[in-house]
Design a protein around this ligand. Structure first.
Ligand SMILES: NC(=O)c1ccc[n+]([C@@H]2O[C@H](COP(=O)([O-])OP(=O)(O)OC[C@H]3O[C@@H](n4cnc5c(N)ncnc54)[C@H](OP(=O)(O)O)[C@@H]3O)[C@@H](O)[C@H]2O)c1
Length: 261
C-alpha cells in the first residue's frame, strides 16, 4: 500500500491548517506551504507534517518550492487553499492594489503552482494509479454580491481555471476537484478582508448559528481525496445550514416552524 503525499497550501492557519491535520489523521504524508515559517513549524511539531515556507506570488520562490518537493518525494495531491479577500468596496470605489493582490494570490499563484507541479503529479499518477488537484474557491465564484467585486472576480477566475484544467486533463488519471465554501468562520479571513478591524469582522458572523469551520471544509477535502480513484467530485458547494443562499443568511437560533402546537 503506497503512502500518498499531499502538498497543502495555506497551511499556516484556517482551512489549510485544518486540511493538514485532517490528511495526517487519514494517514497521508503532508507538506504544508505558506509564508509564515514559524506557524508551519508548530504544525510540523504537532502532527508530523513537513513544511516549506514560500510566497506563492513570487515565481523564484515557487521554483525553489518545486525543486524541494521534487527532491523530497512524490506528490500525489496538490491542495491549493492559499488565497483570500481584501476589501468590500463598491466597484466604483475599489482599490486597484487590493484587486491586484487578490488576483495575484487567488489566480496567478494558482496557475503558477499548477503549471509547475503537474509533472510531479503525472509521475505519481503513472506509478501509483492516479493523482489529484483540489482547489478551494468560494461561493463568491458563483454569485455576485454588492461589495464582493474584486473577490467575486478573482474567485470566479480561479474557478474557471479549475474547470478548464479538468477538461484539459481529460484522458489522464488526474482528478480535479473544486470545493466552494460559503461562510466559514476562520481566524484571519474576514479580519484580513476588513483591514484588521476585529469588531467589524466579528459582526459578519454575529448571531449566525454554526457557520462552517475550517475542519468542516478540511473533512470534505479529505473525503474527496480518499474516495476511490475513479470518482471525481467535480464541484462541492458547501454552506452552513443558516446560509441557504449567498444573500440569505439567518441570524439567531435555527428553529422548526409550526412545531409548537
Ligand atoms: N473563510 C471563508 O469564509 C472562506 C469561504 C470560502 C472560500 N474561502 C477560501 O478558502 C481559502 C482559505 O480560507 P481561510 O479562511 O482558511 O483563509 P485564511 O485563514 O486567511 O488563510 C489564508 C492562507 O493563505 C496563505 N497565503 C496567503 N497569501 C499567501 C502567499 N502569497 N503565499 C503563500 N501562502 C499565502 C496564508 O498563509 P501566510 O499568511 O502564512 O502566507 C494562510 O495560510 C482561501 O482561498 C479563501 O479564499 C474562504
Amino acid at each position: 500500500m503506497v503512502t500518498r503525499r499531499a502538498v497543502v497550501t495555506g497551511a499556516s492557519t484556517g482551512i489549510g491548517e485544518a486540511t493538514v491535520r485532517n490528511l495526517r489523521a487519514r494517514g497521508w504524508e503532508v507538506v504544508g506551504v505558506a509564508r509564515r515559517a514559524e506557524r508551519l513549524q508548530t504544525l510540523v511539531d504537532e502532527v508530523g507534517a513537513s513544511a516549506i515556507a514560500c510566497d506563492l506570488t513570487d515565481a523564484d520562490a515557487v521554483d525553489s518550492l518545486l525543486a524541494e518537493l521534487e527532491e523530497s518525494g512524490p506528490v500525489h495531491a496538490l491542495v491549493q487553499v492559499a488565497g483570500g479577500a481584501r476589501g468590500t468596496e463598491r466597484v466604483e470605489d475599489a482599490s486597484i492594489a487590493d484587486w491586484q493582490w487578490m488576483y495575484d494570490v487567488n489566480v496567478l499563484a494558482t496557475q503558477r503552482l499548477v503549471a509547475g507541479i503537474l509533472p510531479q503529479l503525472r509521475r505519481a499518477a503513472e506509478s501509483d494509479g492516479h493523482a489529484d488537484a483540489v482547489f478551494v474557491t468560494s461561493t463568491a465564484a458563483q454569485i455576485a454580491y454588492p461589495g464582493g467585486s474584486g473577490y467575486n472576480a478573482a474567485k470566479a477566475a480561479e474557478s474557471m481555471l479549475v474547470k478548464v484544467l479538468r477538461q484539459e486533463l481529460n484522458g489522464e488519471p488526474i482528478r480535479v476537484v473544486e470545493v466552494a465554501p460559503g461562510m466559514v468562520h476562520t481566524e484571519e479571513f474576514t479580519l484580513n478582508r476588513l483591514g484588521g478591524d476585529s469588531l467589524a469582522a466579528e459582526a459578519v458572523y454575529a448571531g449566525v448559528e454554526e457557520p462552517l469551520n475550517a475542519h468542516d471544509v478540511a473533512d470534505v477535502i479529505g473525503y474527496a481525496l480518499d474516495a476511490p480513484g475513479h470518482v471525481n467530485l467535480d464541484l462541492i458547494t458547501m454552506r452552513p445550514v443558516a446560509q441557504s443562499a449567498q444573500h440569505l443568511l439567518a441570524r439567531g437560533p435555527l428553529r422548526v416552524r409550526g412545531g409548537e402546537g
